[in-house]
Design a protein around this ligand. Sequence first.
Ligand SMILES: [Zn+2]
Length: 403
Amino acid sequence: MKRWQKLLLVLLAILICSQIPFAYRRYRLGRLSDAILQINSQRQPKPDEKFGEYKGVVHVHSFLGGHSTGTFEAIIAAAKQNQLDFVVMTEHMSANFNTAAMTLKDVHGDVLFINGNEVSTPTNERLLIFPGDETAVMTESSAIADVLARTKVRGASALVAYPEEFKSWNTPGYDGVEVYNVYTNARTMNPFVMLFDGLWSYRSYPDLLFATFYARPANGLRLWDDAIRLTGKRLVATAGNDAHANVGLSLNDASGKRWVGFQADPYERSFRLVRMHLLLPTGEALNSGSLVQAFSAGHCFIGFDLFGDTTGFRFVASNGSDQKIQGDEIAAGNGVTLSVEVPVSARVVLLKDGQVFSDQTGIKEKDYAVAEKGSYRVEVYLPQLPGPVSAQPWIISNPIYVK
Ligand SMILES: [Zn+2]
């Protein structure tokens, strides 16, 4: 055998060996797909007479902000396909026009759209404000305290986006923290690994590629838990899809028609990964006012619905005289009972002030007697899922504040 032939054989052997992990990861996604089907077929959510549940997504960009080419038609179609009840648009600002006035608002195809903004301040702190308005264009030159004060005057809601970069925790006026962001999480992925995962698995499991990088947002959760403890305020946690529909590879002709290529993050897929589930008292209609109020009150939870529909999760409290839901305050009195209900048997972790209070597997319903004051919240996991996703949260609740 000639020397170049040997070299070629060695290179071929290296190439084949380097692909084994990716082939194995594709096999694991197949098992995950089967496990998810089983979870969705086993779901037995209990009916709730007191609250209606609405699911939707928060933190969506269209072509208006400049970073995206996504059209309104694509966003409406994706929301309908996902049977969403609401979509909170968060357009970047423009110095020349009011993006909040121009983006999707009101009802389109049975989906409620809220016209919000993502704004950044001179200190590089970013907020999601919904509904937005033309004062959003002033935030680039305004102190964050003024931005938040203006938001409150208008009765709008403000969430801290990218909490790792936020410094003004003691400034009043924000309602909560976006503890998880799909885009931020995806960027932690090694591009080499992502490329080969894409080559091996994109055709069969385009949605489940999310599972190859999804990780519990430990930093965001810690900053949120700390902010609640330090400020003594009630703060809602949300998850952001940060959907842009601008990640992918394609070759287009002069008119923009695609010849070849694929889009890694179309809205339709992004809206399937993680959703906010909002609770409104039975009989109350979903509209801009009730949505903003429910978000500000923390009457919602984060559901990674890709791994199984989280609809029907409940976290409530009673103290004998009062009954409250997640986001609410309840008097400690003679002791409080916290109750958790999950649609399928799961591992339920109850946290008090950010520390694990109880961690048990095989739970569908459970009551916890608590005597101490504090903020209690729940993370739900699905140990029946294979691979690393079994150790990442499926549901993240908002807290019940025992005072
Ligand atoms: Zn964004």
